[in-house]
Design a protein around this ligand. Structure first.
Ligand SMILES: Nc1ncnc2c1ncn2[C@@H]1O[C@H](COP(=O)(O)OP(=O)(O)OP(=O)(O)O)[C@@H](O)[C@H]1O
Length: 360
């Protein structure tokens, strides 16, 4: 039984903008699903239609097998955590957390036990009498989490909840949310445009662009077998390197400047000669030749950037911009270097459709 099911949902805003285009998804109980994509791709709109803050213009939403898209937000048994926390400034932490339960007529004793338990889990016990203005950003975000938790909803919805926090706190809260969700096992949908957040939090990722799903999969699947060029270049920093090439024999491709690359073994004889393809390789999968090793491609060196744990070396292969992410720092004075890679790390895409040409 799916915990949440979106069936061909559509959202066209009154101004005619079609923000969500036939999105279908099924989420398992206890799953942590992350919606990720560039600004304007429709991820917040999807979340808001699940919560009932926006009306669908097509399709259906089911929560635990019950159709909910025509129900009022309060009748959907959902708790939402927002980017701006949405706490009541004049109420104490305790009252903020208790508010939703009090409104539902839950007894004082039960409220007390739930708030106390959530506060303990979130390390807020010492702050229950404070007002939100007397808390740090991270603590406020925890109160917002606590308020969602005490209601024991069927579903948590997170709308970029960490984007107001500084980088360090963000990383800490990310881990806390993950640990908390593991403990509570509440089905969760989390929206972010931050790919690191998406990769680290998700059981499964949904990559969106222009209101449409591009790919659904585990972070590993989506990173290592991107379904198309959009997904391949959206996830990963620096982005995957792309080159135009033509398949010139059963097992070989030729780049613009005549340099050739072997097709990955699984692809030999499977892509017809004459076909134009886009070849992708991630910066961390390219290395410089060492000790007289034979180069697979020539690399014209440009600027390098030192990142501490690794070094980015920018340059060109076959006249196309290209970046290498190298684990060791070395000064490079030569203009031309050789690069090597493992053929299994090559990604092939159709030039016209941008879709992955699969090799297992
Ligand atoms: N009320 C509205 N009326 C008209 N268009 C809207 C409305 N709300 C959002 N949109 C448009 O719908 C598209 C999707 O918006 P949405 O907020 O869902 O994107 P998003 O992926 O969450 O982006 P961001 O990361 O910037 O929040 C955008 O092009 C946006 O301009």
């Amino acid at each position: 039984m799916g915990a949440l099911k979106l069936s061909s949902i559509e959202k066209t805003y009154p101004n005619g903008h079609r923000a969500v285009r036939g999105v279908s998804l099924e989420i398992e109980p206890g799953e942590f699903l992350v919606l990720v994509g560039p600004s304007g791709c429709g991820k917040s709109t999807i979340l808001r239609t699940i919560a009932g803050l926006e009306q669908l213009t097509g399709g259906e939403i089911h929560i635990a097998e019950e159709r909910v898209d025509e129900r009022l937000p309060a009748k959907r048994d959902i708790a939402m955590v927002f980017q701006n926390y949405a706490l009541y400034p004049h109420m104490s932490v305790y009252k903020n957390m208790a508010y939703g339960l009090k409104n539902r007529g839950v007894s004082k004793e039960e409220i007390n036990s739930k708030v106390t338990e959530a506060a303990k889990m979130l390390q807020l016990t010492d702050y229950l009498e404070r007002k939100p203005s007397q808390l740090s950003g991270g603590q406020r975000q925890r109160v917002a989490m606590g308020r969602a938790m005490v209601r024991s909803p069927k579903l948590f919805l997170f709308d970029e909840p960490l984007s107001n926090l500084d980088a360090r706190l963000r990383a800490e809260m990310r881990l806390e949310i993950k640990q908390l969700q593991r403990k509570l096992k509440t089905t969760s949908v989390f929206v972010t445009h931050d790919q690191v957040e998406a990769m680290t939090l998700a059981d499964r990722l949904v990559v969106l662009n222009q209101g449409e799903i591009q790919q659904v999969g585990t972070p590993k699947e989506v990173y290592h077998q991107p379904a198309n060029i959009f997904v391949a270049t959206f996830l990963g920093a620096p982005a995957m390197n792309l080159f135009e090439a033509r398949v010139t024999s059963a097992n070989e491709m030729t780049l613009n400047d005549g340099q050739t690359i072997q097709l990955p073994a699984e692809m030999a004889n499977r892509v017809e000669p004459g076909r134009n393809v886009t070849v992708g390789i991630r910066p961390e999968h390219l290395a410089l030749t060492q000790n007289g090793q034979r180069p697979l491609l020539n690399f014209e060196t440009g600027l390098s950037e030192e990142l501490g744990t690794s070094q980015l070396l920018h340059g060109k292969i076959a006249g196309t911009d290209c970046t290498l992410n190298l684990p060791h720092f070395d000064q490079h004075s030569e203009d031309q270097l050789g690069v090597v890679f493992e053929p299994k790390h090559l990604h092939l895409f159709d030039v016209e459709t941008g879709k992955r040409i699969d090799h297992g």
